[in-house]
Ligand binder design. Structure first.
Ligand code: ADP
Length: 401
């Protein structure tokens, strides 16, 4: 089954077309700078092996989706290029949609209800799901919620210390996010290490544009750093991460801010960007820190400290540690962050192989010493593959239309 996986940003649309049977990527591409005068359209097709690039004015997501669907419809192929399903890496569906589900009006209403909690992600996905329904009528669509992998959290890990009725009334609890990435890492680590996931105590570190850690036991999520919203946990590139709620109350009063204004500051002007006052990108911060920019160095130091602290907490939650896996744009590419996180964790039996960690390499690999009790890995996460698998699973279980 050919599953189209769109990945939507506020001004971008990336996609992959995956054949779910053999998990082959048939096509992929992206449309950047949607709404700007010159959008970049880049696409690659496995059959021809060719990449094509074009520049055009793509005014909005509707136009971008049309371009994408037209591109995938090849002469002679079935309508819509044989797209059999669309799978979305959806973010927040609230308490009733922690998993993977067919997209319908109830699901869209649940996502709408959680727009204030996921203001960066939910609106763009709701809009895209509606447009895809119009552009590809009759093609089934599945929302694979980022919260789904964490539906195994024990109550003690997801209940907050707030009035109990908030949970009933407003679904206030820890949900956790980056579910597709953590699920991939949970499945991939046992393959790389040739050992079963049963008994394995693993901490998955998804460090990227946004970051979270997940404690995984027997292949299942038992705790994770993000909570009610993707806003919490570690410092994100421009989102605050965990924060004493009374900071918000105080700043709102002092600066006379409305909820949406303080929300904007916490989403767009905080995290690595907020601390450094310079950039939300680890590459820029590394360079600036090396040149003596004190706030850039501090932003990185805070980030590393938070990752390390969560690792320690999850070692305690898991009753020990067998594997730490780094994924995401930072986890896969930054030997420096990996080194700084691991330094000082020798007391847990974790010994990084400094040379292996620094060696430029691509692919999933072990970067701890042979004698290290905790194996440290770099895993190139593959969220699209997880969405394709989940989509095929939901459709296989769905009653025929
Ligand atoms: P997203 O979460 O948007 O999908 P990624 O997981 O690709 O993003 O992570 C992007 C981030 O990864 C960048 O903002 C940057 O901080 C970091 N990054 C990417 N490449 C490198 C690199 N070579 N060295 C250090 N950090 C990097």
């Amino acid at each position: 089954m050919r599953v189209l996986i769109p990945n939507l940003g506020s001004t971008s649309l990336k996609y992959q077309l995956i054949e779910s049977q053999n998990e082959e990527v048939l096509a992929r591409g992206k449309i950047d700078r949607i709404g700007g005068p010159e959008s970049q359209i880049i696409s690659w097709e496995a059959k021809s092996g060719q990449e094509s690039r074009a520049v055009a004015h793509v005014p909005d997501h509707r136009a971008a989706i049309r371009i994408l669907v037209d591109r995938l419809a090849r002469p002679g192929s079935k309508p819509n290029g044989g797209i059999a399903a669309v799978g979305f890496k959806a973010v927040h569906g609230g308490p009733h949609y922690c998993g993977s589900f067919l997209v319908n009006d109830d699901l869209l209403a649940a996502m709408q209800d959680f727009v204030p909690v996921a203001p960066v992600h939910n609106p763009v996905y709701i809009q895209a799901m509606e447009i895809f329904r119009e552009v590809l009528p009759g093609i089934p669509m599945v929302a694979v919620f980022e919260t789904g992998f964490h539906s195994t959290l024990p109550e003690r890990a997801y209940v907050y210390g707030v009035p109990g009725e908030w949970r009933e009334k407003y679904g206030v609890r820890r949900y956790g996010f980056h579910g597709s990435s953590h699920r991939y890492i949970a499945q991939r680590v046992p393959e790389v290490l040739h050992r079963p996931s049963d008994g394995l105590r693993l901490v998955s570190c998804h460090l990227g544009g946004s970051s979270s850690l997940c404690a995984i036991h027997n292949g299942k999520s038992v705790d994770t750093s993000m909570g009610f919203s993707p806003q919490s946990g570690l410092e994100q590139s421009s989102r605050s991460g965990d924060l004493d709620p009374f900071v918000i109350l105080q700043v709102m009063v002092k600066e006379k801010l409305a909820p949406h204004e303080v929300g904007h500051l916490l989403c767009k002007k905080s995290g690595l960007l907020g601390i450094s006052g310079l950039s939300n990108d680890v590459r820029d911060l590394d360079k600036a820190a090396a040149e003596g920019h004190a706030r850039a160095a501090l932003a990185l130091e805070v980030f590393v400290y938070e990752v390390k602290k969560h690792l320690g907490a999850y070692a305690a939650a898991l009753g020990g540690l067998d594997v730490v896996a780094f994924g995401g744009g930072i986890g896969e590419n930054s030997w420096r962050i990996r080194e700084q996180v691991c330094t000082g964790l020798e007391f847990l039996g974790l010994h990084l192989d400094s040379e292996a960690n620094r060696r430029p390499a691509h692919g999933d690999r072990i970067i701890s010493t042979p004698g290290s009790a905790v194996t440290v890995l770099v895993v190139y996460t593959n969220e699209e593959l997880m969405v394709a698998r989940e989509t095929a699973k939901v459709l296989a279980a769905a009653p025929a239309a």
